[in-house]
Design a binder for this molecule. Structure first.
Ligand code: SAM
Length: 388
């Protein structure tokens, strides 16, 4: 989208087209396009329809307010989930922040949360069309400046505001996240942290080697999805690594990185939340729930007594079968299992391929947890349990 189209989209002139698009059951259909083209120029009809489609998709991230916000496809993909941006804003506010500069705001998901938390927000965005949409989304709640964060940061941060940056990937292609692909650059954004309150958002796979000294790092999961690693400067313990579960806000301090004690599998098995694993907190979790690992470097924990923890999914181990395809196939057949969930760590197994080869048929369902143990590779038949 170019800036001119973005300016039209956020203007009152676009309201009839957006309203007509919102009435379409499938805004992506040819029928919807034909309907809107009867009343609006093709470019406006297409922009209104795709905006409505994006708003519907955005409802999962933002809830009902998505219907009032403006997006581009890229910006929606990169936007922080509402629960996560709310957590970040509350954390900055609790640190005494009153002003924040968002360097690379996209359409403003984080900036909106800062404003909602009562912070004064200046948001910088280099892409002109995205900046227009961000300004419309923020309204009176904040100021959007279209320009290069690298040039503007010094002036905007001079009065002691906190800094936030969520750098974009320079290229959308490629699966691996590389620090060198970020814009503004990693060196630039992390260089803003010393001496001020700030937060830099990064992908959860952030390698430890690029985390600068002196920052606190949080790995955040939202409803079980690992969504980000963020670096914090301010009143947080330098060098700390914590896992944060959202929306509950529960926090596990990984403490000094340590391995859990080793021992046999037990009656209960725990699959740690991905934020706990990434933060290096499996040892701290094991201490907290009195659990052990059956194999070094395998992030399943085991215990004989069920412990309540929000930081892991708990299973009861119903059977421990040798990891052997004919044995598993016979078990699946004997128990009439038609639906198999396969979890695996530490063994070279493709769950989808194995599932097919086990030829599941029947009404039953089962979960297999495949893992090395001191007694050899095992397929643990497991059932989710909720401690009371
Ligand atoms: C990952 S997105 C931000 C998403 C935002 N936090 C949200 O939740 O909506 C990063 C944004 O930074 C912008 N950007 C990249 N380099 C920039 C620069 N040097 N100056 C200003 N903005 C920049 C990109 O255009 C992109 O919109």
């Amino acid at each position: 989208m170019d800036a001119e189209l973005a300016r039209w989209l956020v203007s009152t002139e676009a309201e009839p087209a957006l309203a007509a698009a919102a009435e379409q059951a499938d805004p992506g259909s040819l029928a919807a396009a034909a309907t809107l083209r009867r009343s609006f120029p093709p470019e406006h009809a297409a922009a209104a329809l795709s905006q409505v489609a994006l708003r519907r998709r955005a409802a999962g991230k933002f809830g009902e307010v998505a219907a009032r916000l403006f997006f581009t496809r890229d910006a929606l993909e990169q936007a922080t989930r509402a629960d996560v941006s709310r957590w970040r804003a509350a954390r900055l506010a609790a640190a005494g922040t009153t002003d924040v500069v968002d360097l690379g705001c996209g359409v403003g998901a984080d900036a909106l949360a800062f404003a909602a938390a009562g912070l004064a927000v200046v948001a910088v965005e280099s892409d002109p069309a995205t900046a227009v949409l961000a300004a419309a989304n923020l309204g009176d709640a904040g100021r959007v400046v279209c320009g290069d964060a690298v040039e503007l940061a010094g002036g905007l941060l001079a009065d002691g505001a906190a800094v936030f940056a969520d750098p974009a990937r320079r290229t959308a292609s490629g699966r691996t996240w590389r620090v060198a692909d970020l814009t503004p650059s990693w060196e630039f954004v992390t260089g803003l942290l010393p001496g001020r309150v700030g937060c830099i958002k990064a992908a959860p796979g952030l390698p430890s080697s690029v985390i600068p000294d002196g920052v606190a790092t949080t790995w955040v999961s939202h409803r079980g999805d690992l969504v980000e690693a963020s670096l914090w400067s301010g009143p947080w313990r330098a060098g700390s690594r914590t896992a944060v579960l959202l929306p509950s806000g529960q926090v596990l301090d990984a403490g000094e990185r340590r391995d859990p004690p080793l021992g046999p599998i037990g009656r209960f098995l725990y699959e740690p939340d991905p934020a706990v694993i990434r933060s290096g907190g499996v040892g701290a979790l094991a201490d907290g729930i009195g659990a052990r690992a059956a194999s070094a470097d395998i992030a399943y924990l085991h215990s004989d007594v069920l412990a309540a923890t929000p930081f892991a999914t708990a299973f009861e181990v119903l059977d421990a079968l040798p990891y052997d395809e004919p044995v598993l196939r016979a078990w699946v057949h004997a128990h009439g299992i038609g639906a198999i969930e396969i979890k695996v760590r530490g063994l070279d197994v493709d769950p989808a391929v194995l599932r097919k080869r086990l030829k599941p048929t029947g009404k039953g369902s089962a979960t297999f947890v495949l893992t090395p143990t001191p007694a050899g590779a095992r397929a643990l038949v497991a059932r989710r349990v909720t401690p009371t």
